[in-house]
Design a protein around this ligand. Structure first.
Ligand code: ARG
Length: 272
């Protein structure tokens, strides 16, 4: 069943690929900012059409990756844990989001002392916080998140540079409830052998995605428990989710993918 969601998004009015901090980014290739904005607007309106609340933060000149709002905060039970970016090119984003939260009534925003790329590397299952490391978020940020949010954290190691954030390799389809465990989809090959075994133990019924699903950033999905927003190319994954009773909704994110992002990267979830 879908549950109402509250998202924070940042329109890509200053979107560009001016630097390369992941293998998807090629500053020599052209980027169509108007098209990126149109694709982003479509994504925002898709969430609104499901009845979800979408707030917008003002984008800032000189911060072309600020559209990827998911990297700027992890919110569980209204407790906000901010971010600390690995790349100097993105570090100023963290303060803009911290200020947004404070101005919107979230008074005790905790800012991390370790590199922490927020929902890029953290996924809430309703019971535990899955936490990625290997490329961006520091493993010590996992322990820091556990203390700040008061939730159990399970560390997972990413090993393929194309899947540099946890949210490029795994997403939560449905949070755990009193009667059902969480459901997730993930691409096992993006993880270390030990982390694959952890995922197999925690989620024996997971949707295991393949290379074709992953290489269009199909694991960068956003689910409300029923509607699952996916990049348009993720048709095979969409079919498998439909078999499980989900409603896949395909959106074109081709311009945003030039920076290494998809639907989830653009979508910071605010959990009450
Ligand atoms: N260019 C951005 C970076 O490399 C993309 C971030 C995508 N966000 C995400 N949640 N995976 O940091």
């Amino acid at each position: 069943m879908p549950t109402p969601r509250h998202y924070l998004m940042c329109p890509p009015r200053y979107f560009a690929v001016d630097y390369a901090i992941n293998p998807w980014m090629d500053p020599t290739q052209p980027v169509d900012r108007d098209l990126a904005l149109a694709q982003w607007t479509r994504l925002r309106d898709t969430y609104r059409s499901f009845g979800h609340t979408v707030d917008e933060i003002e984008p800032q000149p000189g911060l072309p990756d600020m559209v990827f709002a998911a990297n700027s905060g992890t919110v569980v039970d209204s407790q906000v844990l901010g971010s600390r970016f690995r790349a100097p090119e993105r570090s100023a984003e963290a303060e803009h989001f911290r200020r947004w939260f404070v101005e919107h009534g979230y008074r005790d925003v905790i800012m991390p002392s370790k590199i922490n790329e927020a929902e890029g590397d953290f996924a809430w299952t309703g019971r535990v916080l899955l936490a990625g490391t290997g490329f961006r978020t520091d493993p010590e940020a996992h322990a820091e998140a556990q203390e700040a949010l008061g939730v159990p954290v399970v560390s997972l190691r990413l090993t393929d540079p194309r899947y540099y954030h946890l949210d490029t390799a795994l997403f939560v389809l449905a949070e755990a409830t009193d009667s059902a465990p969480a459901q997730v989809a993930y691409y096992p090959e993006a993880f270390s052998p030990g982390s694959r075994r952890v995922l197999a133990r925690l989620f024996p019924d997971a949707v295991r995605a393949d290379e074709a699903d992953a290489s269009c950033l199909g694991l960068n999905g956003v689910s409300d428990g029923h509607n699952v927003v996916l990049p348009g190319e993720a048709t095979a994954l969409a079919a498998r989710l439909a078999e499980r009773g989900y409603e896949p909704v395909l959106v074109d994110i081709s311009e945003l993918r030039k920076a290494g992002g998809g639907p989830k990267c653009c979508t910071l979830e605010i959990r009450k």
